[in-house]
Write a protein that binds this ligand. Structure first.
Ligand SMILES: O=C(O)c1cc(-c2cccc(F)c2)nc2ccccc12
Ligand SMILES: [Mg+2]
Length: 272
């Protein structure tokens, strides 16, 4: 696989197989790299669509970030190439498909399955945050399941590489305008919140702040209107963990390494 990264790829390097899914910007196909017989997922994006939606820079950032990440719970991006009309991403093939379809099928997951997923995602996010990468889009639609049932974070389309202004600007904060100096927009703790929402949805089958209208969902989020339904029955340990993650003050959210020591995770997650 190491050879997979460096090469200048063209479509002729691959045998194209069945379509795996449709995205907004194009399709994903099963493919086999001819020399190595390596099975991959080939994501085909139309340049015209990317230009129309003005996401070219986002795609380049996604490729840049994901191609440098190596973690068992992060989908590998081996490389990319493009021709006149399309951009092609050479991605790891996740044999058991999309998590959101599995969640729809099962309605909700057991506490053991949920805790195992949450623990693996926490480890992947600890790895990302260690590299100053925030995903910012953790949700069932962006999670895939590998051949051994392990979760893989895909789609770094909304991820950002945060830089510590103090370190990069080496003390010349003076020239930054207020909105940049106090840029409170977010730090890595946004992923802790999203993981808490995901944990709730794994256990109950619906996200915690769901409402008919967007305006109602918005209000429920900002008020942290967190309610646990009577059914399905969920342990108080699970509710305790979720309550420590869905905290309005981002600095008060349970840090990811503490999550891995939480009793609910320790007692329910399969050893990695
Ligand atoms: O014609 C190009 O040079 C082109 C290159 C890339 C591109 C280059 C590296 C990585 C990546 F993900 C995408 N994206 C595009 C999107 C729309 C239109 C043109 C392009
Ligand atoms: Mg996505």
């Amino acid at each position: 696989v190491s050879s997979v990264e460096k090469r200048r790829w063209t479509l002729n390097d691959f045998d194209i197989g069945k379509p795996l899914g449709r995205g907004k910007f194009g399709h994903v196909y099963l493919a086999r790299e001819k020399r190595s017989n390596h099975i991959v997922a080939l994501k085909v994006l139309f340049k015209s669509q990317l230009q129309q939606s003005q996401v070219e820079h986002q795609l380049r950032r996604e490729v840049e970030i994901q191609s440098h990440l190596r973690h068992p719970n992060i989908l590998r991006l081996y490389g990319y190439f493009y021709d006149q009309k399309r951009v092609y991403l050479i991605l790891e093939y996740a044999a058991k498909g999309e998590l959101y379809k599995e969640l729809q099928k099962c309605k909700y997951f057991s506490e053991r399955r949920s805790a195992t997923y949450v623990a693996s995602l926490a480890r992947a996010l600890i790895y990302c945050h260690g590299k100053h990468v925030i995903h910012r889009d953790i949700k069932p639609e962006n999670l895939l399941i590998g051949a051994q049932g392990e979760l893989k974070i895909a789609d770094f389309g909304w991820s950002v590489h945060t830089f510590n202004r103090r370190r990069t600007m080496c003390g010349t904060l003076d020239y930054l305008p207020p909105e940049m100096v106090e840029s409170v927009e977010h730090d890595a703790s946004v992923d802790i919140w999203s993981l808490g929402v995901l944990c709730y949805e794994f256990l109950y089958g619906v996200p915690p702040f769901e409402a008919k209208e967007h305006s109602d969902t918005y209000r429920r989020i900002v008020q942290v209107d967190l309610k646990f339904p009577p059914k399905p029955i969920v342990s108080s340990a699970a509710k305790d963990l979720i309550s420590q993650m869905l905290v309005k003050d981002s600095s008060q959210r349970l840090p990811l390494h503490k999550l891995l020591e939480h009793p609910w995770i320790v007692q329910n997650a399969e050893p990695s």
